[in-house]
Design a protein around this ligand. Structure first.
Ligand SMILES: [Zn+2]
Length: 287
């Protein structure tokens, strides 16, 4: 192997390490957002405090994943337990950033999909803890998805994945309306048949946003993945919690995390799945 090859390999390793560090720091920021956005608090100030003793958290006690381990999951000052959700969000974000870099390398798609991955982690944990999907994500997400489909159309080397057999911007627009429309219709049907809400309107906006990013075949894939994972986990949850299954009786099912998971799968593997399916049908893959 020549030295130039080694240099490129070293640079690639360095980029993976940087990606992991940036991902864990973004994850640390997402923890702040998960806690503050549903409460309507500012996400930039003030600095983080222990929710129990209100002691300001020093930078050396705020290092992603590491501090949680070193502190033994307890506040340095008052020894109140620190939730494992904090290092979990940091680790998930760091590994998703690694996966995005591994798949998209030095293309425009890499920063775009890192931001989208972070947004989907945020959606997942806000929906799990607060039973809402933040408009702060879906409102800008819908027009951004359409905007990036235009980028994909005029700049085919961007790496951006907008599935479908039309021009990217049309695939995205159909995705936006199909994604929003399907869940909206499902919600209406559930409301009429079961006299209770099936989905939240947040889910409608989330799937519309993902449709705008990945095109209408992306919407179909996301619904398939979300329903599959959702029913497996849902059944396991009902079996495990038979006695308290009515705890959230008046509430809708949190479908957001499953939609977000489907979105992440399509983001990383959507093009491959789409091409495979088109070849399976004997059709030429649309480019
Ligand atoms: Zn404390």
């Amino acid at each position: 192997m020549n030295t130039e090859g080694l240099d490129i390999q070293a640079l690639d390793t360095l980029l993976y390490v940087c990606t992991f560090l940036i991902g864990s720091m973004v994850g640390s920021f997402l923890n702040v957002c998960v806690y503050r956005i549903p409460a309507g608090l500012s996400i930039v100030k003030p600095r983080s405090r222990c929710p129990k003793c209100e002691q300001m958290i020093a930078w050396y006690d705020n290092i992603p994943m590491v501090s949680w381990l070193l502190l033994g999951a307890k506040c340095r000052n008052c020894k109140a337990p620190i939730s494992w959700q904090y290092p979990l969000v940091e680790a998930i974000t760091a590994f998703l950033f690694l996966a995005v870099y591994w798949q998209y390398r030095l293309t425009l798609a890499t920063p775009v999909y890192m931001a989208l991955a972070a947004a989907l982690v945020l959606v997942t944990f806000v929906d799990l803890t607060d039973w809402t999907i933040p408009n702060e994500v879906t409102f800008p997400g819908m027009p951004l998805g359409i905007a990036f489909s235009l980028v994909a159309m005029f700049y085919p080397d961007s790496g951006l994945v907008v599935l479908g057999s039309f021009e990217p911007v049309f695939n995205a627009l159909i995705g936006l309306f199909v994604g929003g429309g399907i869940l909206y219709a499902l919600d209406k049907v559930t409301l009429i048949l079961l006299k209770k809400r099936g989905m939240g309107f947040g889910d409608v906006k989330l799937l519309a946003m993902l449709g705008a990013f990945f095109g209408y075949p992306g919407v179909v894939l996301i619904i398939m993945i979300a329903s599959l994972i959702g029913s497996v986990i849902g059944i396991a949850f009902i079996v495990a919690n038979r006695s308290k299954s009515e705890e959230h009786g008046g509430h809708y099912l949190p479908f957001g995390p499953y939609l977000a998971f489907g979105g992440l799968i399509v983001m990383l593997f959507g093009q491959g799945i789409y091409d495979w399916y088109m070849a399976y049908l004997g059709l030429t893959p649309a480019l």
